[in-house]
Design a binder for this molecule. Sequence first.
Ligand code: PMP
Length: 396
Amino acid sequence: MSGKVLENILTPQLEELREKGLYNIIDTLEGPNGPVVKIGGKEVINMSSNNYLGLANDERLVQAAIDATKQYGVGAGAVRTINGTMTIHEELEKKIAEFKHTEAAIAFQSGFNCNMGAISAVMTKKDAILSDELNHASIIDGCRLSGAKIIRVKHQDMDDLWRAAKEAVESGAYEKIMYITDGVFSMDGDVAKLPEIVEIAETFGLLTYVDDAHGSGVMGNGAGTVKHFGLSDKIDFQIGTLSKAIGVVGGYVAGTRQLIDWLKVRARPFLFSTAMTPGSAAACIKAIDILMDSTERVDRLWENARYLKEGLKKIGFNTGQSETPITPCIIGEETVTQEFSRRLIEEGVYAKAITYPTVPKGTGRVRNMPTAGHTKEMLDQVLAVYQKVGEALSVI
Ligand code: PMP
């Protein structure tokens, strides 16, 4: 009975999404997520991953995961506060704090969990959160969960932030006020204006929260956007993911000892969900060691990103406001964007369409994620395919 009810409701909605080109098909990768991936038996150049530094399938990380799995087993066994915490998870948190130049850090099972847990552990109904309108979905959900008043701030608009902060403070209605922003915005690749944000935060006494999922391992010679601006002691919450440049899985908050102690007793995904696997924790430690040891991979990433961006612009594509390796090609209309991506894949370039609701309506794009693992030859091939498909669909 209930199956029928669900079917009646969901089937027409799914059909509508498909008709509007808003239904994303999930492809199956037949192997590792490297610069080249195999889909349907065919090898294609991968321009869709967040594996910025090529660490997701790095032999040293694989070996670290194997060694730790042999030592600790495949699973953490239980929630850390209930069954005790393994030394490997503590080592990871120490490593993250060292990497982020903070007193302490806490690791979560994912970046998404981290935002859900950290925001709602600190902010309450008595508080207000000022949030950039293009912040990641996990930030939006974490804000909602906290029960705080959410005040959307125009994207990267410092005048609007100033106005909103002033209004919130002068209202006298809130115990705490926090400003939350992505460090690097995932769909456009622009960088948060942290020096101005810190100035405004100091003027109005705001807490500051930076989710650097796309900046860590990329900005500041790999140390992240906060370090890039030299503001490590000015940002209250430094958030990151271990799933992108670090190449594994997990999320973290780096901050003061007091903040981390609080999150360990109040962040619900930490308290009620089993820790990441020991193998993942060990692979993350290895990745951070590699990053702290040399900037070679980060340098290669930026070199590849510049090469691709320049090439796309020369052909006539609009790559938007990106200041980082995230390289969107803004196409516009949803169905054209989907068709564009379909043809790219047909021609051997795996770059996916990103459309509404992930980005605003009419700003559909194909997002390219160059990595340290791509060769110049691969990028030349990507540019040739973009030119061919762009001309065929009259979008350049
Ligand atoms: N925050 C931002 C800004 C992100 O881009 C993402 C990943 N898309 C996340 C958080 C979630 O990270 P994870 O994939 O580790 O859950």
